[in-house]
Design a protein around this ligand. Sequence first.
Ligand code: NOJ
Length: 575
Amino acid sequence: MPPADTSLIPWWKDAVVYQIYPRSFQDSDGDGVGDLRGILRRLDYLKRLGVDVLWLSPIFASPNDDNGYDISNYRAIMPEFGTMADFEELLREAHARGLKIMLDLVVNHTSDEHPWFIESRSSPQSDKRDYYVWRKGVDGQPPNHWQSFFSGSVWEKDAASGEYYLHLFSRKQPDLNWENPTVRREVYDMMRFWLDKGVDGWRMDTINMLSKPQDFPEGRPIPGTRLTEGQPLFLNGPRIHEFIQEMHREVLAHYDVMTVGETPGVSPAEGALYCGAGRGELNMVFHFEHVFLGDDTAERGKWSNPPLALPDIKRVLARWQTGLHGRGWNSLYWDNHDQPRAVSRFGNDREFRVESAKMLCTVLLFMQGTPYIYQGQELGMTNVSFESLDHYKDIETRNAYKVLREEHGWDDARILAAVYARGRDNARTPMHWSSAPHAGFTEGTPWIALNPNYPDINAEAAEADPHSVWHHYRAVIALRKALPVVRDGTFTLLDAEHPTVFAYVREDAHTRLLVLGHFHGGSQTCRVPAAFVDGEVLSNNHPVLEGAGTEELRLLPYQAVVLRAPTRTGVSRPE
Ligand code: NOJ
């Protein structure tokens, strides 16, 4: 068969993305806060790892109520992070190394310190009143009972006018009014401003929340899910696809960029509406079905941290793999700045930290889609357990603390245990560069405490150790790039109900791969389909493969193996 014409394949289908949370990545000026010149200093490290695109969490001016997800000037760099000249240099230096940069588009809301909101709030007659969502209350009460993602009502009463403004997140993050065409035009202009500088794409914050039903009806939580009052109504709201298609038409269609929408609460069918070929919307979305598994609003959502069962994780991921195959494109992730560390949640961050971090890498990166690696994931960084709540900075955690204590009667020990398992600061402690003080992150006082395990888990040690998690990531990234089947092939889940083995096959006209991931600290026999018995071992996170060449492998703790089946014409080769 002639080789496929790869010139038609968009670059982002071959890309591996690395997410940087700038505040916690690398400080260059000793103020304890990561910055752009710090990122610049680490570009060669990222290049050595083999990633292609850097997604920077917001770098724009912000009072930091939500660490930059509350923007007060979309066209200015946050002074703690540097200057526009620093950004332009970073972009140039990244491009010179063949790395692309993707920014975070946060346009569901601004900061309440954005001049638009200051003006909007100044009077009901203001020209900009309609930039935000203002409503009169009902009998002195807010317009409805929708719940904010950061606890409490989504409505804040403004003392001056007596009207309420909408904020799906904190009260310092008022929602923009997307019904207003002027607001949409302002957003598109701002997007062009960055794209014209040469930025390579956007990660779009909470993008499926832009359109709200304008009568703001009451809405019930959905039992058995994390969806609270109102969320079922404004996630994927009435005009959402019209808005995103307009954004595509006006802006995105004119640049060769990559887009990924953050879309909690979407199924594969809904996901395909955002990223389906020919829809004129986005390249891919982040769904949350695997990371929200079992979370139930009736049980305080994620804070009850229900146990995870591997068959459920497999079912969800397989549904997305097959649901989008040939229709859209998947994004692949375990970790980000809002989630606990993957090795702590899905692996074993104690005696099998290295093995399980490698296993999670293999299982994720051999699926179809664009993988996202969150800073420190390539080192197997773990969750942190600070001794008191005072060390936690995250607004979601701090607000939840009050509610869990005051409304639900949880004691401090119970709340801390929940925060250790699911709090967002697990991902936000500074990156571990070396065993130097503060892990080489800063020469000053870090804005948030470090995970005390940095003397053992750090980039310098990992690069020096050929058996580290880091080298496994590097090898797997290189392997997936050499194997078009990983980009193009079909996905078939094997043994869906097996409680500890995640097994799947990737297949195209040339190559068949069997991927096995053992999610357990014991040993486990595992039957191998006949086609793979004499397969070539392409990747293995243990030095041995027990039972190789037979129909029954014996998987060791957290072992991950990739086998390539021999073909009729000989062993298939990477093209
Ligand atoms: C999703 C972001 O990932 C999160 O960090 C932020 O708090 C909310 N959106 C609000 O912008």
